[in-house]
Design a protein around this ligand. Structure first.
Ligand code: B4P
Length: 192
C-alpha cells in the first residue's frame, strides 16, 4: 500500500484534487471534513457538537478525527493505498496517524503540499460559498480565522514531515487540470 497526505490551507484544492486522484490511482480518499459534514447532515449528537466549532473556523478535537480515521482504515479493503485529505491538521494527529499506520505495517509515503497565495484562497472560498452555502465559507472573518488556524496549528506538520523526508511542495496556483497533472507526476513516482 502507498499512502499520501494531501495538504494545504483552506481552499488550496485538497478536496477538489483528492476526488480525481483517488479515482485515477485506486486510492481510498479519506476526508475528515467530509466525514464531519456527513455527521452534521445526519443530525447525530457528534455532528451537533462539531457544527458550532466548524462554523467558527476552529479545529474539532484531535480525538474525534483520530477515531474516525482509525475506524475507516480498519473497514477498508482492496485499495492501492490511502489518500488522506485534511487529516492530519495538528502535530498530535500526525503522530497518531504514523502510529496507526505503523501498527498495521504501513507508513506515510509522501506529503503533497499545495502552495496557494492568500488572496486566491479567499477568492476560491467566497466563490464556493455562493455555490455550496457552506457556513464556514460565508463569512470573510471565519475564512481569515481558518487561514490563521492553519498557520498556527497545521503548518508545523510541514517541518515534522520534512525531517522524515516525505515533504513534497506542489504549486497549487493555476487551473484544476494543471494542478492535477503536477500532483499526478509526483504521485506516479510512488505507484507502479
Ligand atoms: P475541509 O473539508 O478539509 O475543507 P477546506 O480545507 O476548507 O477545503 P479544501 O482545501 O479541501 O478546498 P477545496 O478543494 O474544496 O475542512 C473543513 C473544516 O472541518 C475545518 O475548518 C475544521 O473545522 C474541520 N476539520 C476537518 N478536518 C479536521 C481535522 N483533521 N482536525 C480538526 N478539524 C478538522 O477547494 C475550495 C474551493 O476552491 C472549491 O470551491 C473548488 O472548486 C475551488 N478550487 C479548487 N481548486 C481550484 C483552482 N485550481 N482554481 C479555481 N478554483 C479552485
Amino acid at each position: 500500500m502507498v499512502n499520501f497526505l494531501i495538504f494545504g490551507p483552506p481552499g488550496s484544492g485538497k478536496g477538489t484534487q483528492s476526488v480525481r486522484l483517488a479515482e485515477k490511482y485506486n486510492l481510498t480518499h479519506l476526508s475528515t471534513g467530509d466525514m464531519l459534514r456527513a455527521e452534521i447532515s445526519a443530525g447525530t449528537e457528534l455532528g451537533k457538537k462539531m457544527s458550532s466549532i466548524m462554523s467558527k473556523g476552529e479545529l474539532v478535537p484531535d480525538e474525534v478525527v483520530i477515531e474516525m480515521i482509525a475506524s475507516k482504515i480498519d473497514s477498508t479493503k482492496g485499495c492501492a493505498g490511502f489518500l488522506f485529505d485534511g487529516f492530519p491538521r495538528t502535530v498530535a494527529q500526525t503522530i497518531a496517524l504514523e502510529k496507526m499506520l505503523n501498527d498495521r505495517g504501513m507508513k506515510i509515503d509522501s506529503m503533497l503540499v499545495l502552495d496557494v497565495d492568500h488572496d486566491e484562497l479567499v477568492k476560491r472560498l467566497i466563490t464556493r460559498a455562493e455555490l455550496s452555502g457552506r457556513p464556514d465559507d460565508k463569512d470573510p472573518n471565519v475564512i481569515e480565522n481558518r487561514i490563521d488556524v492553519y498557520k498556527e496549528k497545521t503548518e508545523p506538520i510541514i517541518d515534522y514531515c520534512r525531517k522524515r523526508g516525505t515533504y513534497q511542495p506542489v504549486n497549487g496556483m493555476g487551473s484544476i487540470e494543471d494542478i492535477f497533472e503536477r500532483l499526478s507526476r509526483n504521485m506516479k513516482r510512488y505507484l507502479k
